[in-house]
Design a protein around this ligand. Structure first.
Ligand code: NAG
Length: 197
């Protein structure tokens, strides 16, 4: 329960005062196939609470297995209903490997970038929500460090067999990690209640 609160404190801490750019990096491996609709719902439930239409908040989604794929960029949607329907239309990627390190590096270089809508250089908080279901098949240390150096705040969400210590290494702070054993918990009413108005 405590971890849930931390997770959402991070996401909503600045919700009224400041803008934010949030990138969801989603494990699309075979492991997450069954839970993928719940992952989509989880992303949507956070987006619902953001200020998209007034241009305050921006959202991007990257899906990864052995390689990452940009589903849409921070600059893609300025309209919440279109953004939500883009999340509905995501297709599960599929694949046996998860190269979380490569996916984080790719996201830093190709998504958190001004030309694709990141406002990092304007001082807008940069948040990465990494959702993964298993230990990474590649090295995560260097890419995780690079994200921290760029002041990108990574929140780790582990489902299923995710490696908790690995997520603690990746997260901006070790306590920005949130682990669930079941996809259904991602969308438990408790999470919604925890979000301040
Ligand atoms: C967003 O798109 C929908 C559907 O095209 C449209 O009805 C709505 O007015 C748009 N909202 C804004 C704030 O532009």
């Amino acid at each position: 329960m405590y971890l849930l609160c931390i997770f959402f404190c991070v996401l909503v801490r600045t919700s009224d005062a400041v803008k934010k750019d949030i990138v969801f990096l989603l494990d699309g491996s075979d492991n997450t196939r069954k839970g993928f609709p719940q992952i989509q719902q989880f992303v949507k439930s956070i987006v619902e609470r953001m200020s998209i239409d007034d241009g305050k908040d921006r959202v991007a989604v990257v899906q990864y297995t052995d390689t990452p794929t940009v589903q849409f960029h921070l600059s893609s949607y300025k309209n919440k209903s279109k953004l939500l329907s883009a999340i509905d239309k995501l297709r599960h990627q599929g694949g046996s490997e998860v190269n979380t390190g490569a996916a984080m590096r790719f996201t830093r270089l190709m998504v958190f970038t001004s030309s694709w809508g990141s406002r990092r250089l304007e001082g807008v908080p940069q948040i990465l929500v990494l959702l993964t279901s298993q230990p990474s098949d590649d090295n995560i240390k260097t890419p995780a460090f690079a994200l921290k150096e760029h002041e990108i705040m990574t929140v780790g969400v582990g489902v299923g067999d995710a490696d908790f210590p690995e997520l603690e290494t990746i997260a901006f702070k070790p306590n920005m990690v949130y682990k669930v054993n079941d996809y259904a918990i991602l969308n438990s009413p408790f999470l919604r209640w925890k979000i301040p108005d």
